[in-house]
Design a protein around this ligand. Structure first.
Ligand SMILES: Cc1cc2nc3c(=O)[nH]c(=O)nc-3n(C[C@H](O)[C@H](O)[C@H](O)COP(=O)(O)O)c2cc1C
Length: 231
């Protein structure tokens, strides 16, 4: 480094230090706190959801009980943010049901005893549905029962992805619905980044899903999210 560059760099460092010193005292103080957040006690037996105790009206052939999600796994959130990106090409390798369960729980699972979720919603209205497009149809994620419920037998993945797994996000056709869906696909995208999975969100190519599913009134499918092991 020549003298001129050195003086320039020194001035920049000095300016940063000066900037640091004028930070409000509570910001500076926060840096001395421990760099971990104590984990709350979570009842490993699962959330209390009245729906989980009601009779299950879904025929046995159209429901799939997911493995219990691993709520203590994964890497650091900051590493996941560093790795987050869109991936559009996937290898032909399936995703285990354990990973699918963890992915769905991260996306829209119940994380508290009162039935609240991993994503916020306006006034906790929980107005959102996550569907999973697989080779044997399109399944609704029922977080309370931790199960998938088949709503269509069509394989739409080639037309929507292609990808081994495609999540479909349905929510009310208003601004709250759009914001909720954004929280959900970001949860899923960060889980994917932490698990080494690739994903891409798409607001295009939704026709096949719209034709295959009877979405409830006032709802629409906002986006799909193709997920698989990156090629
Ligand atoms: C709401 C939304 C809609 C998108 N729609 C499409 C799409 O239809 N097709 C596509 O290939 N990518 C789509 N993307 C992905 C963006 O192109 C991608 O996020 C952007 O290029 C930035 O790249 P990155 O995610 O790797 O940072 C969409 C992303 C969002 C958030």
């Amino acid at each position: 480094m020549n003298r001129r560059k050195f003086i320039g760099a020194s001035a920049a460092i000095a300016a940063l230090a000066l900037k640091d010193s004028v930070l409000p005292s509570h910001v500076v103080a926060a840096r001395t706190e421990p760099d971990f957040i104590p984990m709350p006690e979570i009842d490993a037996s699962g959330p209390i959801d009245p729906q989980a105790f009601a009779p299950d009206s879904t025929p046995a052939a159209d429901r799939y009980l997911l493995p219990t999600p691993n709520r203590f796994g994964g890497g650091s959130l900051v590493q996941a943010l560093a790795m987050r990106r869109s991936t559009r090409a996937f290898v032909n390798r399936s995703i285990s049901t354990n990973i699918l369960s963890d992915l769905l729980w991260s996306t829209w699972g119940i994380n508290r005893q009162d039935g609240r979720r991993t994503a916020p919603t306006a006034r906790n209205n929980q107005n959102a549905e996550v569907y999973v497009a697989l080779s044997d149809g399109i399944w609704l994620y029922n977080a309370g029962r931790n199960q998938l419920e088949r709503k269509s037998r069509q394989d739409i993945r080639e037309k929507t992805g292609p990808a081994p797994v495609i999540l479909l996000y349905a929510a009310p056709d208003d601004s709250d619905g759009a914001m909720t869906v954004g929280s959900l696909y970001q949860n899923a995208g960060l889980y994917c980044a932490s698990a080494g999975l690739g994903n891409v969100v798409r607001s295009s190519k939704l026709g096949a899903a719209q034709n295959a599913l009877q979405i409830q009134d006032e709802y629409k499918i906002w986006v799909s999210q193709s997920i698989g092991w990156p090629s």
